[in-house]
Design a protein around this ligand. Structure first.
Ligand code: 13P
Ligand code: SF4
Length: 306
């Protein structure tokens, strides 16, 4: 047996023995996705964190996702194998800029993408993910809304909800920003039969050149239900593996890699299930405040578009 095979066996044995839940985001490397019992997008993982009966969750994704699960489940132990696996977009919000935006737009609620820290969430009215952003914004009675931090997702929401005014924050995902119109044109030329699915963190020109806009899990659900056999997925490249695994259909992605999602290796998961550390320990007072906008989001629910 190979070293990787031995590590997988040991992880699965310890998972059983200790009654752990192992969760992985759709962008994790295939070998980590394969040993997780729950795989999905950020919204699905947050909801599954509440549903799982396990007292300890080993979370394979970036830090804000593990933190969200902990905030929703303060009584559970959440282990994040590589704490340095962080989404750079979450680090783009600074409190002063956000407070200044609030001051310039008195009364406007702050809708915060889950790709943020607990500090940012604590200053927000309601959270959203790419799966439910349109639904969340439509659910609010207000005409003007501050949207933090992804400007591309915010622009997409603005186009879907033209009756409201969306005040954007200048944040972005470097991985999705790197996907260009030329990538879409080349992939369409190479796979003329494929349907083109795009993540709303991509730039508006890339979104316009695509057939459907979805969160990562939404892409998989669409592919499962579609008559098409091939898909171009304009998002992080590992989604192509996950889509194929779930649906048996082929998917092609541009060369877009999230280096932070790739920091968690099989060896890191093994070490995490052995020692049940490092654990996620946000400030308790911050957790209480950050929970409110996340819970409000879950009360509105998953969007049809997602
Ligand atoms: P999803 O919510 O679609 O999984 O997206 C999370 C993310 O980080 C996208 O880059
Ligand atoms: Fe953050 Fe982009 Fe990586 Fe998603 S793909 S975790 S938004 S850097």
């Amino acid at each position: 047996m190979t070293g990787a095979g031995r590590a997988v066996d040991e992880i699965l044995r310890l998972r059983e023995e200790k009654g752990l839940a192992i969760m992985a985001h759709n962008y994790q490397v295939p070998e980590v996705q394969d040993l997780a019992d729950i795989v999905g997008d950020s919204l699905f993982l947050a909801m599954e964190g509440l549903r799982t009966g396990a007292d300890t969750i080993v979370f394979c994704g970036v830090a804000f996702m593990a933190e969200t699960v902990k905030v929703l489940n303060p009584e559970k132990t959440v282990v994040h194998p590589v704490p340095d696996s962080r989404c750079p977009m979450a680090g783009m919000v600074d409190t002063e800029t956000l407070m200044a935006l609030k001051g310039e737009n008195p009364g406007a609620p702050v809708v915060t993408y889950v790709n943020t820290t607990a500090e940012t969430k604590a200053l927000s009215d309601i959270c959203c993910t790419s799966a439910n952003a349109v639904k969340i914004v439509r659910s609010l009675p207000d005409e003007r809304i501050i949207f933090v931090p992804d400007q591309n997702l915010g622009s997409f929401v603005q186009r879907m909800v033209p009756e409201k005014e969306i005040v954007l924050y200048p944040g972005y995902c470097h991985v999705h920003m790197g996907i260009s119109l030329e990538d879409v044109e080349r992939l369409r030329r190479e796979h003329p039969e494929a349907e083109v699915l795009v993540h709303p963190e991509c730039t508006p020109d890339v979104v316009d050149a695509s057939d459907h806009v979805y969160s990562t899990e939404g892409m998989i659900r669409h592919a499962r239900d579609s008559d098409a056999d091939e898909f171009i997925v304009l998002t992080e490249k590992e989604l192509a593996y996950r889509l194929w695994k779930v649906t048996g259909k082929r998917a092609y992605a541009p060369d877009a890699t999230c280096p932070n999602m790739k920091k968690i290796t099989l060896e890191d998961v093994l070490s995490a299930v052995r020692g049940l550390e490092p654990t996620v320990e946000p400030d308790p007072e911050l957790m209480v405040r950050a929970r409110i906008p996340i819970q409000r989001m879950l009360d509105v629910g998953r969007g049809d578009e997602g």
